[in-house]
Design a binder for this molecule. Structure first.
Ligand code: G6P
Ligand code: 1S3
Length: 616
């Protein structure tokens, strides 16, 4: 489609003006996902960051469709008048008794969005499920809340698209791009109805692949030989798997995010993908122009504060020779490579000690596991740090005032005599209470299941106890970092900026945003050749190492080889000089530009072109 004059062509322009007749045939692009206006995981990031690129090409002919949730809508959604074809279809949905909302998604680009209250389809859910079974052999258990929601959302979307097509087809072509099985139930239903538009389905991971990777010792070698149906039954995800499979087979264009996941699609869903759509970012959101090195220094100070509070009551080390490494992500212990990371840390600890290195590595594991609360000792250390700060500030002011008075009276006093007894005693008491005989904690929260927690157990097995003689210290923080978190008081992006290295050697990772976000914030990262991002770099950017991204070989290495390689990479990083670290941060930050949607959005545009071409 031509790029000219898009802003005048209307999927729902709020001024209600009709576009000139000759332009009305321009196609319409709808993008449908469970994570529209509803943050769950990485798909939210894909959709949200991609908006400016989509708006740039499609303008007002672009609209997203998602599930209505009152809570998220309060924050992310702004209603708009029901105008244009999309607005009219929403109006009709309402007349049919559906809670349908039309407006703008309040993210950069402010795209049109339709939010459907799928709960309204529950009143005839049994009929929809019956159709799914008779028409598509998808049997859905009665008591699975998630599957029921997905089916109800699928039906709401089907109905909405039918109403829209009645208004627009054949005058205007409609392309609908569905993401992930949770939005996929509408696809087979629409094909059965002979819906006149074109359908793209993108999977961001196969559900079965995720389960198998978590549980099977040699998932990738076995991939061609799995009996998908049998395995789905084994993991009790037959309905989900069949919805995903039906969406893959029912789409005109089937895509995924990387060649790693493309293999899974071929073997587990039985259809090779037509195109790969790698994930990008809106790099501008991260860009801090020439400021990012200063930001590193500023936020590193904040992390230093945490380190002082956490470690220094037990023993001291040189903060100037301390490096902060981190890993983060959803708590999929094996899939996200947390097992490998901890094993490699134990080896790094040994190597740094053997080498007599002056460096201390503080390693943060950031994920979300069920917890009761932040650990009392961790909070106490934090409170005491504040007490030190208050006492020091008070003494500074007191001494300053007394010194001023003495000096103006022509005396130079002994500074020691200027400290008020009250503050002297208070400081002594705090110093006394501050001292601890035990090593610093390795976990910041009280976990609900401390005895079975895999990260904690492996840290124990590897004897990473935060002992004084260990150059590698660990902080397991089983919650995501937000600005309201009392331990750091900074948000996740700021925390990343303050670190030195992100470590993400995933075993199962269709794409993997964490290392990409890390470099966008100017922090070098480690990924693996089993992550879509790593695989992309390995093939297309042989210069990735000098750009600050290392790729651990996991596809054809066993666990111990990979752990050695990872320990070696981290060890090499510890040997860099400050100047070399600064240079690497510069390279990483400028390289991240490659992954901006203005570059990778082209793949999406190709997919949409192909979908239009395949519409007969
Ligand atoms: C940034 C700051 C420098 C600081 C450096 C520390 O580049 O602009 O002032 O010296 O960070 O780097 P490091 O790798 O030691 O944390
Ligand atoms: C998936 O989210 P995940 O962390 O479950 O989709 C993301 C967006 O495409 C992708 O980056 C990630 O690798 C997948 O695993």
């Amino acid at each position: 489609p031509s790029l000219e004059g898009l802003e005048e062509i209307d999927a729902g322009s709020e001024d209600g003006k009709r576009a000139p007749r000759s332009r009305r045939a321009e196609p319409l692009l709808l993008e449908c996902a469970w994570e529209v206006c509803n943050q769950v995981g990485g798909i939210y990031t894909v959709l949200r960051s991609k908006v400016p690129s989509m708006m740039n090409r499609w303008g007002n002919r672009y609209c997203l469709i998602g599930p209505y949730s009152h809570q998220s809508a309060q924050v992310e959604f702004e209603p708009a008048p029901l105008v244009g074809a999309v607005g009219q279809a929403v109006k009709q949905m309402r007349e049919l008794g559906f809670g349908a909302h039309y407006g703008r998604w309040l993210v950069t680009g402010r795209p049109h969005v339709v939010l459907l209250n799928y709960l309204d389809a529950f009143r005839y859910l049994h009929e929809v499920k019956y159709r799914l079974w008779t028409d598509h052999h998808i049997s859905t258990p009665g008591d699975d809340e998630m599957v029921n929601n997905v089916v109800a959302f699928g039906e709401s979307v089907r109905l909405f698209l039918q109403l829209l097509a009645q208004k627009e087809s054949p005058r205007r072509k409609i392309v609908t791009h569905f993401h992930e099985w949770m939005a996929g139930a509408a696809v087979p239903m629409l094909r059965k109805d002979a819906w006149p538009g074109s359908i793209i389905f993108t999977t961001h991971a196969t559900l079965l692949g995720r389960y198998l990777a978590m549980n099977h010792p040699v998932f990738y070698d076995h991939l061609p030989f799995f009996d998908a149906e049998g395995e789905a039954a084994h993991y009790n995800i037959v309905a989900q798997h069949r919805i995903e499979r039906a969406a893959a087979h029912g789409s005109h264009v089937f895509t995924t995010v990387s060649d790693v996941t493309a293999e899974e699609c071929k073997h587990l869903l039985g259809r090779p993908v037509d195109l790969l759509l790698p994930n990008g970012l809106n790099i501008q959101r991260f860009a801090a122009l020439h400021e990012f090195q200063n930001l590193h220094r500023e936020y590193k100070e904040r992390i230093h504060e945490f380190t002082v509070g956490h470690f220094f009551p037990s023993y001291h080390f040189d903060l100037d020779n301390t490096l902060y490494f981190f890993t983060s992500g959803r708590y999929e212990y094996r899939n996200k490579g947390m097992d490998l990371t901890i094993e490699a840390l134990a080896r790094l600890n040994h190597r740094l000690r053997e080498a007599g290195s002056p460096v201390t590595v503080v390693f943060f594991v950031i994920t979300r596991a069920p917890t009761r609360s932040i650990n009392v000792t961790a909070l106490q250390s934090r409170a005491m740090l504040r007490e030190f700060r208050n006492a020091s500030e008070a003494i500074k002011e007191d001494i300053g005032e007394k010194l001023f008075q003495a000096a103006t009276a022509g005396q130079i006093p002994d500074l020691n005599t200027l400290i008020d007894d009250y503050w002297r005693l208070r400081l002594r008491r705090t110093m006394y209470a501050w001292k601890r005989d035990l090593p610093p904690l390795i976990v910041t929260h009280d976990l609900l299941d401390d005895a079975k927690d895999p990260v904690l157990n492996q840290l124990r097995n590897c004897q990473l106890w935060n002992n004084e003689h260990d150059p590698v210290k660990v902080i397991y923080h089983p919650d995501f970092i937000t600005a309201t978190n009392p331990l750091f008081g900074i948000d996740y992006d700021q925390f990343v900026r303050g670190c030195h290295l992100g470590v993400f050697p995933s075993y199962y990772e269709p794409w993997g945003y964490t290392p990409l976000e890390s470099i966008a914030l100017g922090v070098p990262a480690i990924t693996s050749d089993l992550a879509g991002f790593g695989s992309y770099l390995k093939q297309l950017r042989p210069d990735h190492e000098e750009k600050g991204i290392s790729i651990i070989h996991r596809r054809y290495s066993d666990f111990h080889q990979a752990a050695d390689e990872l320990a070696d990479r981290m060890f090499r990083y510890c040997q860099l000089s400050r100047r070399e670290r600064i240079n690497l941060r510069n390279s990483a930050e400028s390289f991240s530009e490659h992954f901006d949607w203005h570059n990778l959005g082209k793949r999406y545009h190709e997919a949409h072109e192909l979908a239009l071409d395949r519409l007969v």
